[in-house]
Design a protein around this ligand. Sequence first.
Ligand code: OGA
Ligand code: MN
Length: 429
Amino acid sequence: METLQPPAHLKSRRQKEMWKRQLLQNVKERQKAQESQTPFRIAERSLQSKVATPDRPPVVDFTNLENNPPEVRAKLIRVELSHDLREICPLFGRTDDDWSKRRSIAYIHSDIEGLIFIPNPFTESAQRQLIYNCLQKYTQAPNSSSLDAHYEVPAEGVWNLYTKSRRCASNEDDSQLLISRKSRSNNGQKIPESADPYDAPSTSGQQSTSIEKDPDIADIKSEPSLHKPSELLHPSELIRKLRWVSLGYQYNWSEKTYFFDRPIPVPEEAAKLSIAIAKAVEGIGYRQDDGFRWQNNYKGDNYAPEAGIVNYYQLKDTLMAHVDRSELNMEAPLISMSLGHKCIYLIGEQTRDIKPHAILLQSGDVMAMTGASRSAFHGVPKILDDGPSFLQPGTIDENIPDWDVYGEYVSKARINLNIRQVNVDSSST
Ligand code: OGA
Ligand code: MN
């Protein structure tokens, strides 16, 4: 592509530099203005607004079908998983009374090609175990987190420090547990902490935060470095700032690729769960008349969980529209699990110019993004202040004696654990 040259009347290097910078700025602003008008952006804004606007899409509820208006209900199709999840993986939890009613059930939406929704297949205690893993285990080295670019987090991870600080009696000095802010944030790398290039302060006056992942818009605001170099933060402050953790192949946010030279296995439980789901959704599709309009033909036996992201959302957090396209393999399903507070999830198609569908996600719900939906724009415009009672502090869990610590966190948060295959499936090439 031909690069634009500054006009001839600009003589000095400084003038030419300024001209280039202005040009880039104009392009970015034009892009932003265009995006603020896309059907996807309009849907995001309407779901964030306190008053319902006519352009707000209906929120699909796959858990209670009777909650959907008739025209939406007509598009929800019950399908049968090819396996009873619990039979192929005990990590979904032991049978509860409800299980037999839910076994092998999944749903598709006739207008969302490739998306397979499994209403919460987990027992309550299996969900608590997953939350424990996401907070206590996955936040440790070698996994990188959104905090690393900005804070000196020790290898044991922010959660361990936090639980230690809770064990300190309140009058005891816990200054050795404080975490310092790095004096120069992110050493030139664009790593999102919680920056959102679009969102204005929300109506409550608090800044809403989101992660921007779309490689099409490399406009991630880096943190302003107005802080004092010696700033110290208590772990209880930092756990609420944690936005993501990278699992398996570590994600390189500035290059929008993976660090292929650092193969780290995806944690065993997360890997097993995702394999079981990939197996159970094999063959599911939208059948009409005599044939399939679409069908997930990815062989569960070939599914290799190689990377994942854990997203941690506080009530004001959002995830802007993006497509996960850093994986070399876009055919293998992306498996996504929701924990804690409910949220509204949006999924569109290959561009932001198509009006997305809104889906209610609840704790335990699983989605497999197969086929076309794997490369569709999606995001989380809204976290609802509504989570299940069995996650509240005060719940007795014999496997997690200090559940209160986790319960307190998750009674104000949502966690999303998603797993991807990165490499091309060797048996299909
Ligand atoms: C992601 C993602 C969705 C969610 O991490 O790429 O799309 O449900 N997460 O939080
Ligand atoms: Mn995504």
